[in-house]
Ligand binder design. Structure first.
Ligand code: PMP
Ligand code: GLU
Length: 391
């Protein structure tokens, strides 16, 4: 079948594709330990179900306003003001979308196009490249170093900047590495981007999953930031609500308006009942406790899986300061490692599904989602250890 040039180079999301494959193998009777897609194992907070059901019973089931119901736009604004030092206070700067993924697409499509370059620090979340390419812009990968904890520096960014550089993705805590950017670095990157008129798209979806207990620094903690800054977050991770498909982008109202106009021509709005669920969670008294409880369990899983995976020949697994993944380096970073092959063999021979580093722009790594139930995690870690020891 012949498809348009819009999608001729498009590949499906590697993370979702591996999960779909693992599910299919399971349905065929294989025993599968799925450590692939990052989906916390927790049930949706009760208050979400109540908020959503109450709105539906009250008949609030018409088309939502394209950028989101006022309750949620205001709720997001309050949440940001309560959890960061210098958040914008105007709900007109909030766009609610069907997940951070759609927010990112709306922003990239609104800001970048043919001839524009967008800096993407590696390792990066798998969809960034595809989204930039769908906007016909060019992603430019900025390498970082495993031995430096994948720290991003202004020097590293500057070395990849050209006159065509229009944007930069930040993702702290990072998927897949879990690396967290400190406030000083964030400030210096904001200053550098401001100087060169580069848009910062800060994907802060794991911000609350920072295991020292405080939210990881946000671009909204930087007082003296340039105007060209957008931050994104949503309900999928810290609130364990990925299926509700709610995310948001917060930035200059003129950009948010354009991205909303784009959304009005695609999905119209994020699903109304999901928006009411999200608004109820954000406004609830128990909000911070929900996050703290999830984070405490995730921290336990992070530490136990990390401990279990130490001392393995051929796999180095650092303890990640944030997010929900262990990112292990295979064979000390040897250039000839084919991690896609390793992940495939692991899946076929042990039933453990994880995502190879190729998906994140750093071949030679394996990403393991540690936010699964303790028992599954323990089984997965044991199978992985045994497999590597016999490899
Ligand atoms: N950004 C990052 C870094 C992610 O890991 C994910 C996957 N959940 C997303 C964005 C998209 O999240 P969602 O669309 O579920 O809000
Ligand atoms: N973001 C998660 C992951 O990286 C979920 C899957 C996806 O949206 O790609 O596994």
């Amino acid at each position: 079948m012949r498809f348009s040039t819009n999608v001729s180079a498009l590949k499906p999301s590697a993370t979702l594709a591996i999960t779909a494959r693992a599910r299919k193998m399971r349905s065929e009777g294989r025993s599968i330990i799925d450590l692939s897609a990052g989906e916390p194992s927790f049930a949706t907070p009760e208050v979400a179900a109540e908020g959503s059901a109450a709105a539906v019973r009250a008949g609030r089931t018409g088309y939502p306003p394209t950028p989101g119901f006022p309750e949620l736009r205001e709720g997001v604004t309050r949440y940001l003001v309560e959890t960061s030092a210098h958040a914008p206070e105007d709900p007109a700067g909030v766009l609610v979308s069907a997940g951070v993924k759609q927010a990112l697409f709306n922003l990239c499509f609104s800001l970048f196009g043919e001839g524009d370059e967008v800096l993407v620090p590696a390792p990066f979340w798998t969809s960034y490249l595809a989204i930039v390419e769908l906007a016909r812009a060019t992603p430019v990968v900025v390498p970082t170093d495993f031995d430096e904890g994948f720290a991003l520096t202004v020097d590293g960014l500057e070395s990849m900047r050209t006159d065509s550089t229009r944007g930069l993705f930040l993702n702290s805590p990072s998927n897949p590495s879990g690396a967290v950017m400190d406030q000083d670095t964030l400030e210096s990157i904001c200053a550098w981007a401001g100087e060169h008129g580069i848009w910062i798209l800060s994907d802060e979806i794991y911000r609350r999953l920072h295991y020292d207990g405080t939210p990881a620094p946000s671009v909204f903690d930087v007082e003296d930031r340039p105007e060209h800054v957008v931050a994104m977050d949503g309900m999928s991770k810290a609130f364990s609500m990925p299926g509700w498909r709610i995310g948001w982008a917060v930035g200059p109202p003129a950009l948010i308006k354009k991205a909303s106009d784009l959304q009005s021509q695609t999905t119209s709005a994020a699903a109304g009942p999901s928006q009411f669920a999200a608004a109820a969670v954000l406004a609830s008294e128990g909000r911070e406790k929900v996050i703290a409880d999830f984070r405490a369990i995730l921290d336990r899983r992070r530490r136990s899986a990390h401990a279990e995976l130490q001392g393995i020949d051929g796999l180095e697994v650092p303890l990640p300061p944030g997010a929900i993944y262990l990112y292990g380096r295979i064979d000390g970073g040897a250039a000839d490692v084919d991690s896609a092959e390793v992940a495939e063999a692991l899946l076929q021979e042990t039933g453990v599904a994880c995502v190879p580093g190729e998906a994140f722009g750093t071949p030679g790594f394996l990403r393991l989602n540690f936010s699964v139930e303790d028992e599954i995690l323990a089984q997965g870690a044991e199978l992985l250890r045994d497999w590597f020891s016999q490899r």
